[in-house]
Design a protein around this ligand. Structure first.
Ligand SMILES: N[C@@H](CCC(=O)N[C@@H](CS)C(=O)NCC(=O)O)C(=O)O
Length: 261
């Protein structure tokens, strides 16, 4: 049985669950006991030196990083194919995935740092949220251009290109920043009707509803959020340099360290 270490709110884990569901692959999900360097178990660190979800366990092998996991799933369970047939289309959807994983996620992650973890309040929060709204509008326009006249980002049918966008757009909708009415919002409505997408969005909603006191947990230094690469860049770009400095001073943010032997 395939096991997936995940968190329902992780868009990266959602990508993997949608892919497994689309292919009809049975799997079990589990959440790590703790994410964040202070409390991370040795087993989690060994499975993924970055201490991130998702991690897929199969035949004694831990596979981390959602893109690598998706590639494994496509290799191991080729039917139905989630990548488009043509090489150019494959490159196209992989580029969409790359921008969503790095650029889009940085923004929704930043919004979560403000809304859920209360890293910024008052004028600073408002300015950062306005910056996020502006960037999301730009990204949505770019995604709409990528969609063009297609029914799906993947082409004629739902696939890799779609499952790599849906979790992020759902995140923006959750923060009250949906795509403007038009082709992208119509596409999202269609995507959200698919059982695979609907199941992962429902799990995320349930998890959010059950989430209480996370700001206090961070405040108490019990959960160190990972401020890495594109996320750190967004924080600084959007006016949150003081948040990074504060997090370092209070020791409630973390960076990735080199994998240990
Ligand atoms: N590139 C990785 C990113 C995974 C990632 O960033 N996961 C987040 C959850 S959305 C995480 O586990 N973060 C750990 C933390 O914040 O401490 C992937 O595609 O799987």
């Amino acid at each position: 049985m395939i096991e997936l270490l995940e968190h329902p709110l992780s868009p990266y884990a959602q990508k993997v669950k949608i892919a497994l569901d689309e292919k009809g692959v049975a799997y079990q999900v589990r959440m790590p006991e703790a994410i964040g360097s202070g409390q991370m178990s040795e087993a989690f660190r060994q499975a993924n030196p970055r201490g991130e979800v998702p991690v897929l366990f199969v035949e004694g092998q831990a596979i981390f990083d959602s893109t690598i996991i998706l590639e494994f799933i496509e290799d191991r369970f080729p039917d139905p194919a989630l990548l488009p047939a043509g090489a150019v289309d494959r490159a196209r959807v992989r580029m969409i995935e790359e921008l969503c994983d790095t650029h889009y996620e940085a923004i929704t992650w930043g919004l979560s740092e403000i809304a859920n973890f209360r890293r910024a309040t008052g004028e600073q929060a408002q300015a950062m949220q306005a910056s996020a709204a502006g960037e999301l509008a730009q990204l949505h326009a770019w995604l709409e251009g990528q969609l063009g006249d297609r029914a799906w980002f993947n082409g004629d049918s739902f696939g890799w290109g779609d499952l790599c966008v849906a979790p992020f757009v759902a995140g923006a909708i959750g923060f009250g920043m949906p795509p403007a009415p038009g082709p992208l919002s119509d596409w999202f409505s269609r995507a959200a009707e698919r059982p695979s997408v609907a199941a992962s969005l429902k799990a995320a909603r349930d998890s959010l509803a059950a989430m209480t006191g996370v700001a206090q947990i961070v405040e108490a230094g019990l959960f160190k959020r990972q401020y890495r690469d594109h996320r750190l860049e967004w924080m600084i770009r959007a006016g949150g340099l003081s948040i990074v400095q504060d997090g370092l001073a209070r020791d409630n943010i973390r960076f990735n360290s080199a994998p240990r032997g």
